[in-house]
Design a protein around this ligand. Structure first.
Ligand SMILES: [Zn+2]
Length: 288
């Protein structure tokens, strides 16, 4: 999240650049959108997390003041943004108070009451049309979250309900930043179980090499556009059965092209492959 220091057209700072002992901390701070004069109360550090190199700042924000009337086209105008997203993606969104839920997949079917009730793994019945609508909405929301610099109040507004299970935006969306994409590895390894409920994950990455093809499969390798703090790239692999529409789609992507990939059956990495998934339909991947 960014804001102008001292006056509406003052120098713009990212909230993550302002440290606890900065003389600028108390502000005044203004919305950084040109022409928008909303004033924030002060700068506050929102979230720290413990990561490999130690304690790191996850996100910084500016505290809201009384005036929240951002310009209609300001990226911090939550009401206007929310309304546009609802209008553009009404078929796949459900309102829940001030939250928007991206919803697909039927809830699991419970067996008739018995001494040992079981929950069946829901069949993956996501249709091509559903994937297309969900992926368009998810890509749009990802851009809204980007524009807010991962502002926590924006992140808290978007949720996923998949087969009746609720996920936060961060449990659903990974990348493109290397460290952010790396979270998917822990997420999959922590939960992978062939009979567990499918977990929907949206990956944002770039194509590392053009797809290759054998009699058994078409393979497209992806990676994060940026290295992690430790110098590594996070890599992922997409597979498709040969001569299918999605295989032909994978063969069209060029190196460094940015993509969104949506699937609910990502598998943990093994051998020389990172986390991977077999795609069923071209609607599961789109260029950003
Ligand atoms: Zn504004």
């Amino acid at each position: 999240m960014k804001a102008s220091y001292a006056k509406p057209d003052g120098p713009i700072f990212d909230a993550n650049e302002i440290h606890e002992d900065s003389p600028r901390k108390e502000g005044p701070w203004y919305c950084s959108t040109t022409g928008c004069t909303v004033q924030y109360k002060y700068h506050r550090i929102a979230t720290y997390a413990v990561d490999e190199p130690g304690r790191v700042l996850r996100s910084g924000t500016f505290a809201h003041g009384e005036d929240r009337h951002h310009l209609p086209d300001c990226y911090m105008n939550e009401h206007a943004l929310r309304q546009r997203i609802i209008n553009d993606h009404a078929a796949v969104l459900v309102k829940d108070g001030d939250k928007l839920l991206l919803k697909w997949g039927r809830a699991p079917v419970k067996d008739a009451p018995s001494a040992t009730p079981t929950v069946r793994r829901p069949r993956t019945t996501t249709t091509r049309e559903a994937y297309a609508g969900i992926l368009r909405a998810a890509a749009d929301i990802a851009r809204v979250v980007d524009d807010s610099d991962n502002d926590e109040s924006v992140l808290a507004r978007y949720w996923i309900i998949h087969h009746g299970i609720r996920y936060t935006w961060r449990e659903f969306c990974y990348g493109p930043d290397g460290d952010d994409l790396h979270r998917i590895i822990d997420s999959i390894e922590g939960t992978y179980n062939p009979i567990a409920a499918p977990w929907p994950r949206l990956v944002r990455a770039i194509v590392s090499d053009p797809a290759t093809s054998t009699d058994a499969r078409v393979l497209l390798n992806l990676r994060a556009p940026t290295k992690r703090r430790n110098g590594d790239y996070v890599r992922l692999s997409l597979f498709a059965k040969p001569h299918t529409p999605v295989a032909r789609q994978l063969l069209t992507f060029r190196s460094l092209e940015q993509v969104f990939v949506l699937a609910d059956d990502w598998r943990a990495g093994s051998g020389r492959y990172g986390p991977s998934v077999w795609l069923n339909t071209p609607e599961q991947i789109s260029a950003q």
